[in-house]
Design a protein around this ligand. Structure first.
Ligand code: NAD
Length: 418
C-alpha cells in the first residue's frame, strides 16, 4: 500500500508486487519464490566515449540477467536518457515472463545505456556501442545471453555489436538479433513487434465482435514498433486515427493515410505538421474518443495522473510497462480490456528467436515462413491466455503471468536450482 506523501512505487517494485500476487495464486513454494523475485546478475559498466569535439564523456551502461532457467538470457538494449538500473531490471523480468509465455527456449535479460542517441553523431554511437559491447562481452554469448534492439537502438547498432564481439571471439552472427539482413538478420524482424501487436489486435477484435472498419485506433509512439503497428493495422482495415511521437502527433477522425505519413516523416517533417491531420499533443492523443489505444513508446506513459482521460475500451500494450499499476487497476475497474505487454509485444522476441535459430543453422527462411510461424506462436499464446482468463475470471495480465511464472518455476525445479 502507498502511504500519503510516500513516493510512488518504482516500476521494478510494481513488477515484484505483481509477481508476489501471481506466486500466491499459484501457491509457489517459498524457495522458488525467493529465486524468481530478483535478478540473477546485474552488471553496471562505465562506457567512456571520445566525442566528436574531442571531449570525453562517460555513460552508465547496464546488463541485467533476470532468469536463465529456460535457456540463454534474451533481451534488448535501450539507449535512452532515462535508462537506469530500475528500468533495466523491470524490463529484464518482463523478458523472462514474455519468453516463457510464448514458450521460447530463452530466459530474460535487458540492457541499457543512459544516453541521448538523438543528440549523438553516427561516429559517437558507433564508439559507444563498441565500448559497451566490450564491457559486457564476458557475460554474453550465443548460448549465454543474446541482445537485440529496443528503444533508441536499431539494426545498425546490432551490426556494430556483432562486429565488436566478433573482434574478441571470432565471427558470431548469433550473438545479437535484429541485425541487418545483409549480416544474417531475419526477414520480418524489423516489423515483427508491430506485426505481433496488429495480429493480436485482430484476434481480440474478432473475438469481441469489433469489425476493423468500424474500429478506431490511436498509436502513441511512432518509432519502430508503433509505426509498424499503425501500418499493419491500417492494412488489416482498422481506422488508425492518431499517431504521435515525443514531439506530438496528428489526428484525423476519418482515418490517417499511413503511407503519406511515412513519406512526410522520411522527408524530415514533424508529425504535427502532417497536412492530412490536425496537430495534437500526447495528452490529447490519450484522451481521444477512440476504440483502441496502442501505447508503443516508453514505459509509464499512462499513470494515475492521466488515466482518467483515457477513453479507449481496448488497450494493446505494444510498449513495455506502459501502464503503471495504479492506471492498470483504474482502467480495469472501468471495464477496459487490456492486452498485456508480455503478450502484445512478444512478436519481436519471437522473430528474434527465429533469427537466432537461422544463424545457428546457417540457413535462411523466407519472409512468408517467418510471418506464418510468428502468427502461429502468437495465436497459440493468445488462446491460452484467453482460455485461462475466461476460466478463472481474471484479467489477461494475470492469466499471462500465471502461465509464464508456472513455466519458469517448473524449469527451476527440474534443473534442481532449489
Ligand atoms: P523507438 O525508439 O524506435 O521508438 C520510440 C518512439 O516513441 C519514438 O517515436 C519516440 O519519439 C516516441 N516517444 C518517446 N517518448 C514518448 C512519449 N512520452 N509520448 C509519445 N511518444 C514518445 O523504440 P521501439 O523499438 O519502437 O520501442 C517502443 C516500445 O516498444 C518500448 O517500450 C520497447 O521496450 C517496446 N518493445 C520494442 C521491441 C522492438 O522490437 N523494438 C520489442 C518489444 C518491445
Amino acid at each position: 500500500m502507498v502511504r500519503a506523501g510516500s513516493p510512488p512505487p518504482s516500476s521494478f517494485q510494481e513488477t515484484v508486487q505483481l509477481f508476489e500476487q501471481i506466486a500466491d495464486e499459484l501457491n509457489l513454494q517459498d524457495d522458488v519464490r525467493l529465486l524468481l523475485r530478483s535478478p540473477y546478475r546485474e552488471l553496471r559498466v562505465e562506457v567512456p566515449v571520445r566525442m566528436d569535439d574531442g571531449s570525453l564523456r562517460v555513460f552508465p551502461g547496464y546488463r541485467v540477467q533476470h532468469n536463465g532457467a529456460r535457456g540463454p538470457y534474451k533481451g534488448g538494449i535501450r539507449y535512452h536518457p532515462q535508462a537506469d538500473l530500475d528500468e533495466v531490471r523491470t524490463l529484464a523480468a518482463l523478458m523472462t515472463w514474455k519468453c516463457a509465455l510464448v514458450d521460447l527456449p530463452f530466459g530474460g535479460a535487458k540492457g541499457g545505456v543512459q544516453c541521448d542517441p538523438s543528440a549523438m553523431s553516427e561516429g559517437e554511437l558507433n564508439r559507444l556501442t563498441r565500448r559497451y559491447t566490450q564491457n559486457i562481452a564476458h557475460i554474453i554469448g550465443v548460448n549465454r545471453d543474446i541482445p537485440a534492439p529496443d528503444m533508441g537502438t536499431n539494426a545498425q547498432i546490432m551490426a556494430w555489436m556483432m562486429d565488436a564481439f566478433g573482434q574478441l571471439q571470432g565471427h558470431t552472427p548469433g550473438i545479437v538479433t535484429g541485425k541487418p539482413i545483409a549480416l544474417g538478420g531475419s526477414f520480418g524482424r524489423e516489423a515483427a513487434t508491430g506485426r505481433g501487436a496488429s495480429i493480436l489486435l485482430r484476434l481480440l477484435c474478432k473475438e469481441l465482435g469489433h469489425e476493423p472498419a468500424a474500429t478506431s485506433v490511436a498509436v502513441q509512439g511512432y518509432g519502430n514498433v508503433g509505426s509498424w503497428a499503425a501500418r499493419l493495422s491500417a492494412e488489416a482495415g482498422f481506422h488508425v486515427v492518431a499517431v504521435s511521437n515525443s514531439r506530438g502527433g496528428t489526428y484525423n477522425g476519418s482515418g490517417l493515410d499511413i503511407s503519406a505519413i511515412d513519406r512526410h516523416v522520411q522527408g524530415g517533417g514533424r508529425l504535427g505538421d502532417f497536412a492530412g491531420g490536425d496537430r495534437i499533443s500526447n495528452d490529447e492523443l490519450l484522451a481521444l474518443p477512440c476504440d483502441v489505444l496502442i501505447p508503443a513508446a516508453i514505459g509509464d506513459t499512462v499513470t494515475d495522473v492521466n488515466c482518467a482521460s483515457v477513453r479507449a475500451s481496448l488497450i494493446i500494450e505494444a510498449a513495455n510497462h506502459p501502464l503503471s499499476a495504479a492506471a492498470d487497476a483504474a482502467l480495469t475497474e472501468r471495464g477496459a480490456v487490456i492486452l498485456p505487454d508480455i503478450l502484445a509485444n512478444a512478436g519481436g522476441v519471437t522473430v528474434s528467436y527465429f533469427e537466432w535459430t537461422q544463424n545457428i543453422q546457417q540457413f535462411r527462411w523466407d519472409e512468408e515462413r517467418v510471418n506464418t510461424e510468428l502468427e502461429h506462436v502468437l495465436t497459440q499464446a493468445y488462446h491460452a491466455v484467453r482460455a485461462l482468463a475466461g476460466e478463472q475470471q481474471i484479467t489477461m495480465r494475470r492469466a499471462a503471468h500465471r502461465i509464464a511464472v508456472a513455466r519458469v518455476a517448473e524449469a527451476v525445479r527440474l534443473r534442481g536450482f532449489v
